[in-house]
Design a protein around this ligand. Sequence first.
Ligand code: ADP
Length: 162
Amino acid sequence: MERIAVCPGSFDPITNGHIDIIKRGSNIFDKIYVCVLHNSEKTSNLFTTEERLRLIQESTINIPNIIVDSFNGLLIDYARSVNAQAILRGLRAVSDFEYEMRITSMNRKLDRDIDTFFIMTDNSYSFLSSSIVKEVAKYHGDVSDLVPSVVNDALKQKFKQL
Ligand code: ADP
């Protein structure tokens, strides 16, 4: 049986922390769907879904067993539609735990056959988030070692326009 996982997120934008999780997951699962989910809690995205998809696509070009996609709806419905048995998430600090626990227990209630797996972040990415990257880039701070170069360029472009 093919081991299929969905790695969902906002990816606004994708960072080296996300890529680390996707890469390590790709060594364990046969196929990973990296899925940009339209999250109703987060309404103020910097990048459009199309831009986020392109940035993920370009920065994961070297990982062969992943598929980049987007979905508007329940994660569990998406996971079922691609025959995934697993949801893959990254964990950073304790602060992630409660949020992840809430989502995981709800997803488990919705479908007990789809399990959530967590990979602990690499130490160097413990405090890295898309929002902190945006905050620094907004004031033209250097984030080049925290994001893929295509994302660094896209951030520069975005904040030049504002
Ligand atoms: P969401 O809006 O669902 O939290 P994100 O794009 O912020 O989406 O994150 C997607 C996944 O990537 C989550 O599991 C998150 O914990 C994980 N993640 C984000 N940043 C990092 C990082 N620096 N290291 C490891 N995992 C991370």
